[in-house]
Design a protein around this ligand. Structure first.
Ligand code: ATP
Ligand code: MG
Length: 457
């Protein structure tokens, strides 16, 4: 496949010079004379690998375009961006490199420098693709979505941990994927064809936990009508997943410690000692170290459990995974509900990316499911739940308004704000007026004076 370069520069002779050099080397050449047009091309075509972007453009500046390209187009394609700068803008160009541009070229442009830089950019792109491929293989293998450095590190750790029989303690806030990770570890271990027994330690009343975990003999206590095999015994040869271990009583902790130390279990009311060989994976959203200090969690048990500690970061610390998670969940829910695949628009996605997701991936997954069910067609801002739709971002760059008077600035803001609310209400004027705290007639007046009508959108 031919390699494609897009040049965004408002000077025709620069574009022509670059065309000559790059086409001469066999690259496919695309051009745009403004950032806006360049972004359109990037949005409509996916196979653009490298972008040469002039910093000084009429209209939207190169710096601004860089930010937008990285945020928006980043989702499906990953163009590597080289910034073109005049001498006056060299320091600005260096700044863009800090902001994620790959490199910069100074005017006047020099043929060999252009070729070396563009070549390097393609090599960089190839390495990124390779990394993504590896990530996507692991992502399939573990049925977990994500390519952020944090998730890649997690994949690496699972790769190392899974084949061993080492005990793992998984920590992380609620909804971060602890159970998913525990299952991935078991599935990719040598014990994968042996049982994985999950115990929700928080759900079992303290007085029953012993008999649940270790079983009981018939008649061991009132109500023990039959012999019961405990969960540790059931898991023999496989894995036991002690979920919410931080919620276990001190009494039960002592019993679990004994199994971990000696492999011995004793049914309640039983004489016999049974030996089990089980891999233990535990998880909690509590801070066990703090609990150890408080005396609510046994230190010796803590050390026995956390041979390999694995911490899952909250979603707000890896927002770069959000678009992929959303796209992945949209796809799978559409399939599950028998809809044709819906897509989600950029504004809605940006809002989802700006939200802080206290309930982490579980919350995100639930929201997506809800939106997939409720949206009539593709998913847009109007389908966002209330806690999300108020953070829809307005593209805001204060420098753009520097030439305005305060009055002009205020009306510009008012106009954008009204437009945003109208979008959210699906152009239902009565509802928009309500949300804006305006009389309906008053809103109509404003729409007229700002010349706002739906066709404009
Ligand atoms: N990386 C991921 N990719 C795709 N789905 C994920 C990912 N992480 C978590 N999920 C999904 O999010 C939901 C919550 O995950 P899980 O139940 O493993 O979280 P948890 O940390 O055990 O939460 P809790 O502490 O509340 O029990 C599940 O439906 C799971 O499939
Ligand atoms: Mg869980």
């Amino acid at each position: 496949m031919k390699k494609t370069v897009l040049v965004i520069d408002d000077e025709k002779n620069i574009r022509n010079a670059l065309r000559l050099v790059l086409e001469g080397e066999g690259y496919t050449f695309l051009e745009a004379d403004s950032a806006e047009k360049g972004i359109d091309i990037l949005t409509s075509k996916s196979a653009i690998d490298v972008v040469l972007l002039d910093l000084k453009l009429g209209g939207m500046s190169g710096m601004e375009a860089l930010k937008i390209i990285q945020k928006r187009v980043f989702r499906e394609t990953r163009p590597v961006i080289i910034v073109i700068s005049g001498q006056a803008t060299t320091s600005e160009a260096m700044e863009t490199v800090k902001n994620g541009a790959f490199d910069f070229l100074e005017k006047p442009l020099d043929r060999s420098r252009i070729l070396v830089t563009v070549n390097n950019a393609f090599e960089h792109r190839r390495l990124l693709d390779q990394r993504d491929n590896l990530a996507s293989q692991l992502s399939d293998k573990y049925e977990m979505i994500g390519t952020s450095p944090a998730i890649l590190e997690l994949f690496r750790q699972i790769e190392k941990i899974a084949p061993t029989k080492g005990r793992v303690l998984i920590t992380g806030e609620s909804g971060t994927g602890k159970e998913l990770v525990a299952r991935a570890i078991h599935k990719n271990s040598t014990l994968h064809d042996k049982p994985l027994i999950k115990v929700n330690c928080a759900a079992i009343p303290p007085e029953l936990i012993e008999s649940e975990l270790f079983g009981h003999e018939k008649g061991a206590f009132t109500g023990a009508l039959n012999r019961k095999i405990g969960l540790f015994e059931l898991a023999d040869g496989g894995t036991i997943f002690l979920d919410e271990i931080g919620d276990m009583s001190l009494n039960a902790q002592a019993k679990v410690l004994r199994v971990l130390q000696s492999g011995e279990v004793q049914r309640v009311g039983g004489e016999q000692l049974l030996y089990v060989d089980v891999r233990v994976i535990a998880a909690t959203n509590r801070d066990l170290q703090l609990m150890v200090k408080d005396g609510t969690f046994r230190e010796d048990l803590f050390f026995r459990l956390s041979v390999i500690p694995l911490h899952l970061p909250p979603l707000r610390e890896r927002p770069e995974d959000i678009p992929q998670l959303v796209d992945g969940f949209v796809k799978s829910f559409c399939k599950e509900y028998g809809f044709k695949t819906k897509s989600i628009d950029q504004k809605a996605m940006e809002a989802m990316q700006s939200y802080n997701w206290p309930g982490n991936i579980r919350e995100l997954k639930n929201q997506v499911e809800r939106m997939v069910i409720l949206s009539s067609d593709n998913i847009g801002v109007k389908d966002l739940p209330f806690n999300l739709n108020h953070i829809v971002t307005v593209d805001f760059d204060i420098a753009k308004f520097s030439h305005m008077s305060l009055k002009e600035f205020k009306s510009e803001m008012e106009k954008s704000f009204i437009l945003m609310k109208l979008e959210e209400c699906d152009w239902n004027i009565t509802r928009a007026a309500d949300i804006l705290g305006l009389e309906r007639t008053n809103l109509h007046k404003k729409l007229k004076s700002y010349n706002i009508n739906k066709a404009q959108e």
